[in-house]
Design a protein around this ligand. Structure first.
Ligand SMILES: Nc1ncnc2c1ncn2[C@@H]1O[C@H](COP(=O)(O)OP(=O)(O)OP(=O)(O)O)[C@@H](O)[C@H]1O
Ligand SMILES: [Mg+2]
Length: 301
């Protein structure tokens, strides 16, 4: 229901055709950070089917929706740059927004290029504010392609592909091929260790560099999932199936042209960063109870 409303607001016209989202409504800029709470309240009202005409008019007027499964908005950060605000959902059983920021923070500490993210407390509501990576410092748009698009797999089941196919695509379309292949290897190791099992092809993307060459976009939408089977949505390889293990990853290292010492170094660096998850979470303001709820996701305890 919520998704339908989001789409109605922004993405799909009455005839069902795609309407590109320019981050603007009626020529206006996305709302400033100070409106986060109003955006959250109106979004929550829609999510719980308690919205008023004012809520709808407000959200439509602001043109802030970005689609996707979870409530979120476009927002203008304090420095004027564009960001995405992700709200807690009424159905959350855990501190999901904080855990996403924790994952993005840990990813950086593991040597991964990840979207800049922080928690903004808005009247006790923890909202994840994630900087957009598809804009230049002057606000121009950098072309973005999801891995599903680059692989020509938009009509396929987004979970029906493997990381070795992304490696193949990088070899054809990549700008800095081997660096990105190693970055991908590092991201897979990270996903395994935090049980980021929502790693389907729409959660990987590429930014255009020049002359039809692409680089991996910063990592985004990475989350620790406790109590979910340790099975990747994007398989490590066709042979590995959904198995999510460092052994399965190391078995394809040569396909990534990563030798054993480099593989060991990457895995050691990622493991040592992920081991700090409790401390980093607690420095972010997560309580012991909030952290405990995610223990099962982190393989390194
Ligand atoms: N930091 C960012 N900069 C630019 N675009 C982004 C950024 N983060 C996400 N996106 C784009 O917005 C889309 C939705 O974001 P995201 O995947 O984080 O949300 P979600 O609601 O968790 O999605 P899902 O539908 O996977 O549950 C992404 O697929 C990507 O295209
Ligand atoms: Mg996503």
């Amino acid at each position: 229901m919520m998704k339908a409303v989001w789409e109605l607001c922004v993405f799909v016209t009455n005839t069902g055709s795609f309407k590109p989202h320019h981050g603007k409504a009626n020529g206006a800029l996305p709302p400033p950070l100070i409106e986060l709470h109003q955006l959250f309240s109106s979004s929550r009202a829609i999510e719980t089917n308690t919205e008023t005409a004012q809520d709808l008019a407000y959200l439509q007027g602001r043109g802030t929706s970005l689609g996707g499964l979870r409530p979120k908005c476009s927002i203008r950060d304090e420095d004027g740059s564009l960001a995405i605000g992700k709200f807690p959902s009424a159905s959350d059983e855990r501190a999901v927004t904080k855990a996403e920021v924790l994952a993005l923070t840990l990813a950086k500490q593991a040597g991964i290029q990840a979207a800049d993210a922080r928690i903004v407390m808005s009247e006790q509501i923890p909202i994840a504010v994630i900087k957009r990576f598809d804009r230049t410092s002057t606000g121009a748009r950098i072309p973005y392609l999801s891995a599903a698009s680059l692989l020509g797999a938009v009509r396929d089941d987004p979970t029906d592909h493997s990381y070795t196919e992304i490696v193949d695509a990088l070899r054809i379309h990549g700008h800095d091929v081997q660096a990105d292949i190693e970055e991908l290897y590092r991201r897979i190791a990270f996903s395994i260790l935090i049980n980021n099992v929502d790693d389907h092809l729409h959660n990987h993307g590429f930014l255009h560099v020049r002359h039809g060459q692409w680089r991996l976009a910063p990592a985004f939408d990475i989350n620790p999932f406790p109590h979910r089977a340790r099975e990747l949505k994007t398989w490590i390889s066709d042979d590995a199936g959904p198995e999510s293990s460092l052994d399965a990853l190391q078995a394809v290292a040569l396909y990534f042209q990563i030798n054993k010492p480099l593989s060991d170094t990457i895995i050691a660096e990622v493991t040592s960063a992920v081991k700090n998850w409790r401390q980093v979470g607690s420095e972010m303001g997560m309580s012991k109870t909030e952290l405990d709820a995610f223990t099962e996701a982190f393989e390194v305890n």
